[in-house]
Design a binder for this molecule. Structure first.
Ligand SMILES: NC(=O)c1ccc[n+]([C@@H]2O[C@H](COP(=O)([O-])OP(=O)(O)OC[C@H]3O[C@@H](n4cnc5c(N)ncnc54)[C@H](OP(=O)(O)O)[C@@H]3O)[C@@H](O)[C@H]2O)c1
Length: 262
């Protein structure tokens, strides 16, 4: 397969939770399933809805999303030296662990870019944060076109910015969502509310949080722009220092974990 025949699509390595979700969005957005290789397919596993292909076919494309850990990709490059040695396209590395520096030596003609793909439940699109590779290659530009076809793309060229912002994508959002759900559940339980109200309450809260352009604004240090003085919102915002302090603690713990080896 050549770059022109593959157009904006990508091949996929890995069909775990992330790989399957990426394949689903790819098909929904581009109208065709991506070619997917996953380790278990080699034992004859067939998976409905996935276009399983041998690794060499996936690596015939220009853009390949690696939806396995970078350590697993490195091990794979060891087992398939000649395939990786020939590959001249772009690897979009979705593994959360840092790539092995020797991966470049294993695939000397390839371009590598780390990505954090964020999939919101039920939404057929991906919001991606990418660390731009040092060289602006045609394969990288094709990778950007592919990610933009799947959703929205933000790129940074500073590794430190990438590492810090990575935590603010889905991992931190998951913590915030869990905290909100827990607060709502506790609030209703304290009021001995009908248990059936919980689903409704979570839906109402989700609707009021979702899909608002400019949902997050820079903190101006006071509640002025977002609350009517003396209103319901303002009374809740008096708890803001405690809430934001707790969330900052959660962020610090996530940062420490991200820096820890293994
Ligand atoms: N889930 C997310 O939303 C998300 C988001 C961003 C980044 N990530 C990162 O993406 C990676 C995959 O996440 P996941 O949630 O999809 O994990 P998962 O559901 O546990 O799937 C793991 C995948 O890795 C493959 N794999 C494991 N060891 C391998 C090896 N030695 N050689 C080849 N393939 C191997 C598995 O292959 P088989 O099943 O075929 O054996 C499977 O496709 C992780 O590094 C994760 O941190 C995940």
């Amino acid at each position: 397969m050549t770059g022109s025949s593959q157009e904006a699509g990508a091949g996929l390595i890995g069909a775990g939770r992330l790989g399957r979700a990426l394949a689903w969005v790819h098909e929904a957005k581009l109208g065709r399933p991506p070619p997917v290789w996953s380790r278990r397919f080699e034992q004859g596993g067939v998976e409905p809805g996935l276009s399983a292909r041998p690794l060499e076919q996936v690596l015939e494309g220009v853009v390949v999303i690696s939806a396995i850990s970078n350590a697993a990709l490195y091990a794979l490059s060891h087992r398939h030296k000649s395939l990786f040695g020939r590959f001249g396209g772009l690897f979009l590395l979705a593994g959360a662990d840092a790539p092995d520096p020797d991966l470049n030596a294993r695939a000397p003609h390839a371009t590598f870019a780390r990505i954090v793909p964020v999939l919101l439940p039920g939404q057929a699109q991906i919001t991606t944060l990418a660390l731009r590779p040092p060289a602006d290659t045609p394969a990288w530009r094709q990778g950007c076109a592919c990610l933009e076809a799947l959703g929205t793309l933000t790129t940074v060229d500073c590794e430190r910015a990438y590492s810090e912002l990575m935590i603010l994508t889905s991992p931190f959002a998951a913590v915030v969502r869990a905290a909100i759900a827990r607060a709502i559940t506790g609030y209703l339980q304290d009021r001995q509310a009908d248990p059936d109200w919980l689903e409704m309450a979570l839906d109402v809260a989700s609707l009021s949080l979702a899909g608002t352009p400019g949902l997050l604004v820079h903190d101006q240090g006071d509640a002025g722009p977002i609350a009517t003085p003396g209103g319901i919102t303002e009374s809740g915002l008096t708890a803001l220092p405690g809430i934001s302090g707790s969330l900052q603690s959660a962020l610090s713990m996530m940062r420490t974990r991200a820096d820890a080896p293994g």
